[in-house]
Design a protein. Structure first.
Length: 377
């Protein structure tokens, strides 16, 4: 038994204060679940609707953005475990029409999962006002409204990314983070299993993990209790606008998932315990390479997972995610005993300086402080 004064144990009063501080710093509403062994803290602060004042609650369903990538990667690695997909097999062996020619023979399944394929991001081609993406200063938010109910097909979006100038040679590092990679993985799952990527991920990952409030949606609405999702687009949308109703076919198996903080902690706990993919595949998931994120930062990225590390602290594994108005982070300590999942209902709150660089905001420091407390005590 640990000493009652062990700082790693959950201090619920400190967590309550820290999450409230993030709300006061400018997030309309956020909610989280922190686990430490058999201790569980669930907390929330702020509102789900800025007009009515309806509060957020910890059980709300939420768009979790690129956290979806871990689910998709796990589904692919299950097929690797079964021998139906080769991790280092060229994608052209499976989908020659989508990545044709020498390029398809050079890009492997592994390169798609860890973003070293050199395939460009399709988003600025699908959303014309984001043509400068990821350079925020060269973008405008109009395409968010224009495409609220647009139904994209994955192969249409993949074609945009494949035809765009390559971001690097296949396998070269640092890789460049690109949703095109994960839409291709969705098509790979469909090719191998004979079902849609949504059906495959639902059956083999979501249901296998016993997640009751997690889904890849088919429509534009979030079913069940949820928050409005406020997008600021670097101060260009003022006041921030609600995008909780949005057709997510623009990202699908790359970032379309809806979940809860409780389900996310359960999923990552099982994944890191070797209960979703084999231990051999889990080892592969934790082999990292340098990748440049959409925010322009170099991160160490594995196969749908990346580590969070701090000096003198244990390593956490997980993923973050963003959709229009929605942000989330899930991190589980390598030994599985400490977990954090947090969701926020405002995105891109930073304004830009004249050079286009996002400026620090009080939310940044408050959210980082909450996450440090939740992970390290």
């Amino acid at each position: 038994m640990r000493n009652a004064l062990d700082p790693a144990q959950l201090d619920t009063a400190q967590l309550d204060a820290a999450i409230a501080h993030v709300h006061r710093a400018g997030i309309p509403g956020l909610f989280a679940e922190v686990r430490d062994g058999d201790q569980i803290w669930r907390g929330a602060a702020g509102v789900a609707d800025t007009t009515t004042g309806r509060p957020v609650t910890p059980d709300m369903r939420h768009r979790v953005g690129s956290i979806t990538k871990t689910f998709t990667a796990a589904a692919v690695l299950q097929q690797v475990d079964s021998g139906r997909i080769g991790l280092d097999t060229p994608i052209a062996r499976y989908l020659p029409s989508l990545v044709p020619g020498e390029r398809g023979e050079a890009i492997t399944v592994r390169m798609l999962i860890n973003h070293t394929s050199g395939l460009a991001e399709y988003l600025p081609y699908a959303y014309p006002s984001l043509k400068g993406f990821p350079n925020a200063a060269d973008t405008r938010p109009e395409s968010l409204d224009d495409n609220r109910f647009t139904r994209f097909h994955a192969t249409e979006l993949i074609g945009m990314g494949v035809r765009a100038p390559a971001t690097g040679a296949p396998g070269s590092t640092p890789g460049i983070y690109s949703n095109t990679n994960y839409l291709l993985l969705g098509e790979l799952l469909e090719h191998i299993t004979g079902t849609t990527a949504r059906q495959c991920i639902t059956r083999n990952v979501i249901e296998r993990a016993g997640l009751r409030n997690t889904e890849l949606p088919t429509g534009a609405h979030i079913e069940g209790p949820h928050s409005h999702l406020y997008e600021a687009w670097f101060g260009m949308i003022d006041p921030p606008r609600d995008y909780s109703v949005f057709d997510m076919s623009w990202v699908g198996p790359a970032a379309g998932l809806i979940s809860t903080v409780t389900d996310l902690n359960r999923f990552y706990g099982l994944l890191l315990a070797g209960e979703i993919v084999s231990q051999a595949s889990l080892t592969q998931m934790r082999r990292t390479v340098p990748v440049i994120s959409q925010e322009g930062k170099t991160i160490e990225y594995g196969l749908g997972l990346y580590p969070t590390e701090a000096p003198g602290q244990p390593t956490f594994w997980g993923h973050g995610g963003s959709a229009w108005g929605a942000g989330a982070l899930s991190a589980t300590r390598a030994d599985g005993n400490r977990q954090l999942s947090v969701a926020v209902n405002l995105q891109r709150w930073n304004t830009l300086d004249p050079s286009g660089k996002p400026q620090p905001h009080p939310i940044d420091a408050a959210l980082a402080a909450f996450c440090r407390l939740a992970m390290y005590g």
